[in-house]
Structures are given as structure tokens and as C-alpha cells.
Write a protein that binds this ligand. Structure first.
Ligand code: NOJ
Length: 583
């Protein structure tokens, strides 16, 4: 049972602390900290920019590099330490750039190479690192490698892809994540089927071929020479396949990663990449996906493996992908389990949203006008006070929300259209399907950035490529910039707090009262430094009794003006988030 605060009956010690009272923030606590392996990619916060949707400088309706250059001061003001940008390379844009036709060229929509270099320099001058999206599980079918490969089996690029010669009959079924027709497609010119884990236009590259691997390392060196500091390896767990192509049992695709990902040779490729690129250029790499077991994840990122440095898993964002929502008990359990598995070695990214998921506040908070602000602040407090590197998706620093898109005609995303096709094929209830798509579609998270309340939210002077969320009049940068209580300024305070307190980066995580149905409580400890984090995940007031409260010194973060403490009981308002420093 939750203890409810009854103000009149209890003699309360009301600790009224100025909202966000960070004034006594601790200096870096190296002196008291045990030995830690400090790395820039562990400290600070990474901010993800979807370039097509961030800021349009030339009125064509698509975001571009010059638009980002215009907003460098804003990005710096967030206090983030690195930017990860989604792909901007030459591409037919079947999957919005995750289908690359030339890895060394910029799609004209985003600008020129000179614009890119100016943008990169702008980040570097501000001490912000840059992480490039590397999409090398597959290329576009318009890449010169594939155009050559499909023309003839004798072509020099034929072995850059995976083929099944048609004289052997039909290939064993392979599932595709985007194509309801499956993962093989036939090419008449070379009388072979090629494999594609994603769309038909995204043929998988053959990593068994050392020439292909060398091409990829050369591409990475090209960008490292330009000064990028890290790589995000797209869909990389699928890069290695069982090329004997055994039959897979029916229904196997429900455990997609187990059947299609993390084949043992992957580690040989990664070790080679580490030696060729990561080590000599002193850059880091983060894997999209972490396999299907902790062992898989450790094998990718443990320091002594010399493969990658960070991985992100999908267990939290995969949790109950329906309008029914999620259980806080499961949320706590998943984060705690992953944290304890990585307490001694390895490093993870912490995220709850990105370009492949719907908006943070809709999935995990409460997007209603009444609770949007405190619930987004609470979630950002969570993300930035956990062990692991927080990844914040553009717009989540404002509390941008999902947008109502009830009919399939409005969707342009290949994944939404593919899922729709599969649902039709499987005879699903299409009203229910659309309801879930409207809630879960990743297109929700690709709407234009909301800068101000002028037409098109200040994103473009032209016609935006995607409709702007109508709530831009209330949710936008200009409205929040000077409001000390805004989601934006709470986010800024959190990045600062994390930067100034190594305990929030490296400190040991311990969950408290894990069975509490509404409050997520935990401590972070590093040497003699200790923080207590209390997060109310509910729209009701809720109390928690903790002996640790006795040792509370001061509140470092609070998204309300005060917090009520009665002896060992703290009462939190709806979605209240407080971080206390304790003795
Ligand atoms: C994962 C990316 O995050 C996603 O956006 C893309 O569609 C697939 N990989 C295919 O590249």
C-alpha cells in the first residue's frame, strides 16, 4: 500500500527548496572517486539530430546543414557533449537515407561537403563531438557496387552482396523486417536472388568478402580524416550471416536477433575494424543492437575485447509496444537487470526514444497538457541520472509529442507501409492496426522541430516535408527558452548536473523499494559521494518511506518548487523528480 500524505494530521517538516537548486553543485569528485576508466563517450549527454527535420535554411521544406549551423548556439546551450546525426549521404531515400548510394557524398538536400565541414567545425569549436551514422549492413540498390553486381556474376562487385543462384531452385525462406514478401529478391540479369534484411532497395553487404570490409574501413577513415569522433553502427548485428542458408523453423522470425544476428564471425570483423580504424584514429563506435543475451552484449563492448565501446539494447523500447502502455515494475526490472550485468565491465547507452520509436512522453510519460511538462522532466531526470551514456532525441528536450495520423495515406515511412502490408496479408483487424500504428509509428518522432509559434513552427519558410505537429504553438523553443520551469531548462540543468557530478556517470546504481508501484527510487554512489533519485511515474501524489531520507543534505534537482519530507517519508507530486545529495 502506498502511504498517502495527509497534510493536516502529520507534523511535517516541509523542506522548501528552490526549484532546480543546483547552486551548490559539487565540483568534479575525482579526489573521492575510486579508480575509473574515464572516457568522453561515457560522460556527458549525446544529442541525436534527424537532419531532415531539424531546421531548413533554404525554404525547400527539408532540414539541412546550414539550418543546423544557424542553431549551433542553441545546441551548445543544451549542455550536451556529442551529436549523433542520422544519415545524410547520397541516397534514393527509400528509407530516408538508410539506403546509401555513395558513402562519401552528401545528399544535395542537406547541402554540400563544404557545408558539412563548416557544421563540423562549428561543433568542434563548441567542444561538441560528432558521431556519424554508418550504414554498412546493407547499401542502396542504387550504389554502384550493387548496380555492377546485379549486372553479371562476373562483375567485380558480385561478391559484395549475398546471392542465391537460381539454378539451385528457390532459396530457403528468410524474413525481411520491411518487406512483406520476404528477404530474397530475384534479379533476371544475373539469374540470382539477393538477400535483404530490410527493404528490397537495401541489399545486404557481404562481410565475408575481405575486399568489401576494406572498402568500409576506407569509408570510415575518410570521415575520421575529416574529424568525426565516433560511429554509430547501423543494424550491425546482422552483418554476419550463416551463408550455408539452412532452413529455419516456422515462426523463427519472432526471435529475429537470435536467428539473424550475432553470428560468431561478427567479432572477427569488429576486431579488424578496431585495429584498422577505431584504434589508430582514436574514435569510438556504438552498436545499434546488443544481441539477444548479456553475453552477446559483453562480447561487443567489453574493453578487453577491442571491438566496440558502447551498445544499445532494445528491451526497454520493446516493452509493451501497444496503447496498453507498460508496467513500472517491468521498466525497473529491465533497467536494473541490465545495469547489474554491466556493473563491472562494458558500457551501455541509455535511451527511451529515437528516430525508430514514437515520442518519449507518449510512450513513457503523460502527454496530456496537464502533465506533459512534469512527466517529460521526470523522464529526462531518469535518463540523465542512470549509469550509461544518455541519448536524447531532438525535441525530447522540449517534450515534443506524437502527432495524430489516423490514416495510412499520411505515412511516408517504409517501415509503416511495410507493416501495413504485412497486417493486410495476415488478415489483421485494420482499425486496431491503425490505432496501434498511430501510437507506435516511428514517423511520430520525425515531425519538424518546433522552434517558435510562427507558421510551420519556424522550421521552414516553405512547405515542410512532413506536417508540423499542431501543438507547436504551445510546445516550442521560444516559449520555453526563458522560462525557468520549462522542460527545456530542466533538461539544461540536468546536463549540467551530470557534467559536474561524476557520481551520476560512474557511480554504482542501487534500486530502493523496488516493489513500489509508482515511485522509482535509486541511489548512485561513487567513493563518498552519493545521490538519491526519486521519480514519481504516476499522475497521483505518492509517498515513499526510506531510511536514506534521514541523510538528505540538499536537493540538486527538483521539477517542482518544493518537496515534502516527514521524517523518513517523502511525498512526491504527480511526476515529481528530485535528486538529493546525501551523506
Ligand atoms: C536501423 C535504423 O535505425 C532504421 O532507421 C533503419 O530503417 C534500419 N536500421 C535500416 O537501416
Amino acid at each position: 500500500m502506498i502511504q498517502r500524505y495527509s497534510g493536516l494530521k502529520l507534523i511535517l517538516l516541509v523542506v522548501t527548496l528552490l526549484m532546480f537548486s543546483c547552486k551548490n553543485q559539487q565540483k568534479m569528485e575525482e579526489s573521492s572517486a575510486p579508480e575509473i576508466d574515464r572516457q568522453w563517450w561515457k560522460e556527458g549527454t549525446l544529442y541525436q539530430i534527424y537532419p531532415q527535420s531539424f531546421k531548413d535554411s533554404d525554404g525547400d521544406g527539408f532540414g539541412d546543414f546550414r539550418g543546423i549551423i544557424e542553431e549551433l548556439d542553441y545546441i551548445e546551450s543544451l549542455g550536451i557533449s556529442a551529436v549523433w546525426m542520422n544519415p545524410f549521404f547520397e541516397s534514393p531515400l527509400v528509407d530516408n537515407g538508410y539506403d546509401v548510394a555513395d558513402y562519401r557524398a552528401i545528399h544535395p538536400r542537406y547541402g554540400t561537403m563544404e557545408d558539412f565541414e563548416e557544421m563540423l567545425e562549428g561543433f568542434q569549436k563548441r567542444g561538441i563531438k560528432f558521431v556519424l551514422d554508418v550504414v554498412v549492413n546493407h547499401s542502396s540498390n542504387q550504389h554502384k557496387w550493387f548496380l555492377g553486381a546485379q549486372s553479371s556474376r562476373d562483375n567485380e562487385y558480385y561478391d559484395y552482396y549475398h546471392w542465391w543462384p537460381a539454378e539451385k531452385g528457390e532459396p530457403p525462406y528468410r524474413h525481411s523486417l520491411f518487406d512483406p514478401e520476404g528477404g530474397w529478391d530475384y534479379v533476371e540479369a544475373n539469374n540470382s536472388y539477393y538477400l535483404h534484411t530490410f527493404a528490397e532497395a537495401q541489399p545486404d553487404l557481404n562481410w565475408e568478402n575481405p575486399k568489401l570490409r576494406q572498402e568500409v574501413y576506407d569509408i570510415m577513415k575518410f570521415w575520421a580524416d575529416k574529424g568525426v569522433n565516433g560511429f554509430r553502427m547501423d543494424a550491425f548485428q546482422f552483418a554476419s550471416k550463416d551463408t550455408t542458408y539452412p532452413e529455419f523453423p516456422e515462426g523463427h522470425e519472432k526471435e529475429f536477433i537470435k536467428w539473424y544476428g550475432m553470428r560468431p564471425q561478427l567479432h572477427d570483423y569488429l576486431k579488424e575494424m578496431y585495429k584498422e580504424v577505431l584504434e589508430p584514429y582514436n574514435v569510438f563506435a556504438v552498436a545499434e543492437g546488443a544481441g539477444s543475451t548479456f553475453q552477446d552484449a559483453h562480447d561487443l563492448v567489453d574493453a578487453d575485447r577491442k571491438e566496440l565501446q558502447v551498445a544499445y539494447h532494445f528491451e526497454t523500447v520493446d516493452m509493451s509496444r501497444t496503447t496498453d502502455g507498460y508496467e513500472l515494475s517491468e521498466f525497473k526490472e529491465v533497467f536494473s537487470r541490465w545495469d547489474s550485468a554491466f556493473a563491472d565491465d562494458g558500457w551501455l547507452a541509455i535511451f527511451l526514444s529515437n528516430h525508430d520509436n514514437s515520442r518519449l512522453v507518449d510512450r513513457f510519460g503523460n502527454p496530456s497538457p496537464e502533465f506533459r511538462t512534469p512527466s517529460t522532466q521526470m523522464l529526462n531526470t531518469f535518463l540523465l541520472s542512470m549509469r550509461g551514456t544518455p541519448y536524447t532525441y531532438y525535441g525530447d528536450e522540449l517534450g515534443m509529442t506524437n502527432m495524430d495520423m489516423p490514416t495510412i495515406e499520411e505515412y511516408v515511412d517504409i517501415s509503416a507501409i511495410g507493416e501495413y502490408g504485412m497486417a493486410v496479408k495476415q488478415g489483421k483487424d485494420m482499425d486496431e492496426f491503425m490505432k496501434q500504428l498511430n501510437y507506435m509509428s516511428r514517423e511520430n518522432a520525425r515531425t519538424p522541430m518546433q522552434w517558435n509559434n510562427s507558421e510551420n513552427a519556424g522550421f521552414t519558410t516553405g512547405k515542410p516535408w512532413k506536417r508540423v505537429n499542431p501543438n507547436y504553438a504551445e510546445i516550442n523553443v521560444a516559449a520555453q527558452n526563458n522560462n525557468p520551469n520549462s522542460v527545456l531548462n530542466h533538461f539544461r540543468k540536468m546536463t549540467k548536473l551530470r557534467k559536474n557530478n561524476l557520481v551520476l556517470v560512474y557511480g554504482k546504481y542501487e534500486i530502493l523499494k523496488k516493489e513500489h508501484p509508482e515511485i522509482y527510487a535509486y541511489t548512485r554512489t561513487l567513493g563518498k559521494d552519493k545521490m538519491l533519485i526519486l521519480l514519481n511515474f504516476s499522475k497521483e501524489e505518492s509517498s515513499i518511506n526510506l531510511p536514506e531520507i534521514g541523510a538528505v543534505q540538499e536537493s540538486m534537482i527538483n521539477n517542482y518548487n518544493s518537496v515534502e519530507i516527514d521524517s523518513n517519508t517523502v511525498t512526491l507530486l504527480p511526476y515529481q523528480a528530485v535528486i538529493f545529495k546525501i551523506n
